[in-house]
Ligand binder design. Structure first.
Ligand code: HEM
Length: 204
């Protein structure tokens, strides 16, 4: 069996060495090899900055009118919050790392600790995000990848199952939930006397 001669790119791999591979390469070989195909990040694949801006703009249009979510946002102007979410998502998906340079480590659960993220808030957040993702009209595989992540992230952000907090009181929400407030303790009546201790024969 004969061993085939090295291809030009094999030869260039040995560049700078004194083996005979170079001598067998075609005369026209300049020793250059093609750039490896650039690996596109998910960020690039779905359209880069412009796509993330569209996603977050559409999402915040929903938040702006949401009676539970909107009051949670500390600033009157949603612009800075939009910017933070855009930068975070861009970084997460392989785009520029501006978020961490400006804000440090994301620590998202910690950053959400101050907010009342209960299942209702999560579901509202996801509902607005669903509308926003649909608006992007991504190819199916990209869409499902993005949506799967957003769902998992939103479920991970829930930090309370209590019904109260920032936002309208539980009374204004859709009926049908289980009562979650414990009944108040019975009116102050003296504690029942302990039963007589049969071992001692006296009631203490
Ligand atoms: C589950 C429901 C969620 C609620 C109710 C919620 C609510 C909030 C609120 C009120 C803020 C403060 C606004 C600001 O100052 O930026 C915030 C910040 C932020 N949220 Fe959420 N969020 C939720 C889920 C998520 C998820 C799933 C992500 C990521 C995929 C996320 C990413 C962020 C980021 C990056 C910030 C800015 C953090 C910072 O740098 O200060 N949030 N969120």
């Amino acid at each position: 069996m004969t061993i085939p001669p090295p291809t030009p790119s094999d030869a260039s791999r040995h560049e700078g060495t004194s083996d005979s591979a170079g001598a067998q390469a075609p005369a026209a070989d300049t020793g250059e090899r093609p750039e490896p195909a650039a690996v596109l990040s998910f960020y690039d694949e779905i359209g880069g900055h412009e796509t993330f801006v569209r996603l977050v703009e559409a999402f915040y249009r929903g938040v702006a009118d949401d009676e539970v979510l909107r009051p949670m946002y500390p600033e009157e102007d949603l612009g800075p919050a939009k910017e933070r979410l855009t930068l975070f998502l861009e970084q997460y998906w392989g785009g520029p790392t501006t978020y961490s340079r400006q804000r440090g480590h994301p620590r998202l659960r910690m950053r959400h600790a101050a907010f009342h993220v209960d299942p209702e808030a999560r579901d509202r957040w996801l509902a607005h995000m669903r509308v926003a993702v649909d608006e992007l009209q991504l190819p199916a595989l990209h869409e499902v990848t993005l949506w799967d992540y957003l769902q998992r992230a939103a479920f991970a952000m829930v930090n309370t199952f209590e019904p109260s907090g920032i936002g309208p009181s539980a009374g204004t929400r859709a009926a049908g939930g289980l009562p979650v407030t414990a009944a108040p303790p019975a009116a102050a009546s003296p504690p029942a006397a302990p039963p007589a201790d049969p071992a001692r024969g006296t009631a203490r």
